[in-house]
Design a protein around this ligand. Structure first.
Ligand SMILES: Cc1cc2nc3c(=O)[nH]c(=O)nc-3n(C[C@H](O)[C@H](O)[C@H](O)COP(=O)(O)OP(=O)(O)OC[C@H]3O[C@@H](n4cnc5c(N)ncnc54)[C@H](O)[C@@H]3O)c2cc1C
Length: 451
């Protein structure tokens, strides 16, 4: 019997976990995983901090799924641009959108569009070698002495840590050489992390905070008077202990200083000749569990400002989208029209489904829940999806020649050998042209014209 044919759009954790759940279900199914990039793994490759190789090693497990016989990788296909969601809906029995949440939320305060202000999304994508951001480094004023990072989560902490770490500390990572070079020449001396609420509310994790204790040449400044004595919640208690240890740490004045500012919210980014020069902060306080502004203003010098206050998703083609929530409306993973009806055969998983929350593993349960809905909907229906050859034919008719899994393996081995040449495990290829050229070299099909 012909298998059910499922398209998964997005090869980040949610897409790969959805594929895993489908092929483990025992139902006869084959899966085409699309990604707009020639490379798989989404934010595990382009978000998880380059100095956290242990977390990145999740790729070993994701890779096993991509190498299953029933699975094909079709990279460099931008769904909603190269091929429409309707076309996919016609070609497959089910389509799962696992496209993540790649847009950084704005602060919505005056001065946000000044030069030197960026989102953590853009900064992270640049240092991670994302091909959309190869040249972005030129716009980051890393010659600035003082950088303000706004946010109280692990992404803000990643950005702050990478800004205070020395070039030697980063030399073993997979960052592209031009990124390492820019960071090595950075003039940054002070990094200020600005959090709207108190240390007991921060979303950092203790493990990441404790990493700062290991940075001998970095001073951390925390107002110990703001630290509550403890908490009944074990995660908060662990964070407070980490903050207390950082505050008590005796260190010689470091090469760089990381300052934590709690109970402060940015109200304006101040301009000097079109570029950001300072952040105006207002003190906040907790009144009955609500954060209230006090009217007390201070200023922090800042030659660069990075905002890290959340993410939202992009609409994919004509798929229903909730602008306010910044994600696709759904019921148990089934995409919903605004009137609440389900869009037959269309599903979501991961950040585009539930917003930017949890760790990589959270996407596994999230994707598995969606697959329960898919299998329930397919039950009793005969397979009607097009076979792989027919899909390839339709894509070719639209001028699309996807990067195959072998093409990705060529990129992978080129990155490993470039890295080894520099005494590192891997060095990422950061530009579209080279990624496509390397992928095309070994693939059966020549790559797409990059002109
Ligand atoms: C900076 C940062 C650091 C993080 N660090 C950690 C960490 O240390 N530990 C941890 O557990 N979690 C971490 N996370 C969270 C983790 O990365 C996410 O939980 C996870 O990646 C979300 O998976 P996803 O598959 O929903 O989205 P993504 O990983 O974003 O994958 C989405 C994929 O869809 C593709 N795509 C998007 N649109 C289209 C389209 N229209 N057509 C085709 N393809 C498309 C993208 O190219 C991408 O490959 C971090 C997140 C960020 C932002």
């Amino acid at each position: 019997m012909t298998p059910y044919r499922v398209a998964v759009v997005g090869s980040g954790p949610a897409g790969v976990y959805a594929t895993e759940a489908l092929i483990r279900s025992g139902v006869d199914v084959s899966v085409d995983i699309y990604d707009r990039l020639p490379t798989p793994y989404g934010l595990v490759r382009y978000g998880v901090a380059p100095d956290h190789p242990r977390i990145k090693s999740i790729i070993v497990a994701l890779r096993k799924v991509l190498e299953r016989d029933q699975v094909r990788f079709l990279g460099d296909v931008h769904v909603g641009v190269d091929v429409t969601t309707e076309q996919l809906g016609q070609l497959y029995d089910a389509v799962v959108f696992a496209t993540g949440a790649s847009v950084g939320r704005r602060l919505s305060i005056p001065g946000e569009d000044l030069a030197g202000v960026c989102s953590a999304t853009d900064f992270v994508a640049w240092y991670s070698g994302h091909p959309d951001h190869a040249r972005a480094g030129e716009s980051f004023p890393l010659q600035a002495e003082s950088v303000v990072v706004i946010g109280a989560g692990n992404v803000a902490l990643d950005v702050a840590r990478l800004l205070v770490k020395s070039a030697e500390d980063l030399a073993g990572t997979d960052m592209p050489p031009h990124v390492l070079d820019r960071l090595a020449r950075s003039g940054v001396r002070d990094v200020h992390l600005v959090c709207r609420r108190g240390p007991e509310h921060a979303k950092f994790t203790a493990k990441e905070l404790r990493e700062l204790l290991e940075l001998d040449d970095v001073t951390t400044e925390i107002d110990a008077d703001l630290l509550p004595a403890g908490s009944e919640d074990p995660l908060t208690a662990a964070n407070l202990k980490a903050f207390a240890d950082l505050a008590a740490r005796e260190s010689a004045p470091g090469r760089r200083t990381l300052h934590f500012h709690f109970w402060s919210r940015p109200v304006e980014l101040l301009d000097a000749g079109g570029a950001v020069a300072a952040v105006r902060l207002e003190k906040t306080q907790d009144v009955g569990g609500t954060v209230v502004a006090t009217g007390e203003l201070t200023e922090l010098k800042a030659g660069m400002v990075v905002r890290s206050v959340g993410y939202y998703s992009m609409q994919i083609g004509t798929l229903p989208f909730d602008e306010d929530l910044g994600r696709v409306p759904h019921d148990a993973g089934r995409v919903l029209y605004p009137d609440g009806r389900a869009l037959d055969g269309h599903y979501v998983a991961g950040w585009v489904k539930r917003g930017p929350s949890g760790v990589v593993g959270t996407n596994r349960a999230c994707a598995a829940d969606t697959v329960v809905s898919i299998l329930a909907d397919l039950e009793g229906r005969p397979p009607r999806g097009a076979g792989p050859e027919e899909v390839d034919k339709v894509l070719a008719e639209h001028g699309i020649r996807p990067v195959t899994y072998d093409g990705w393996l060529s990129i992978d081995s080129e990155e490993l050998s470039r890295g080894q040449g520099l005494g590192r495990a891997r060095t990422k290829i950061p530009d579209w042209e080279t990624l496509r050229r390397v992928a095309a070299a070994d693939a059966e099909q020549p790559g797409r014209d990059t002109a």
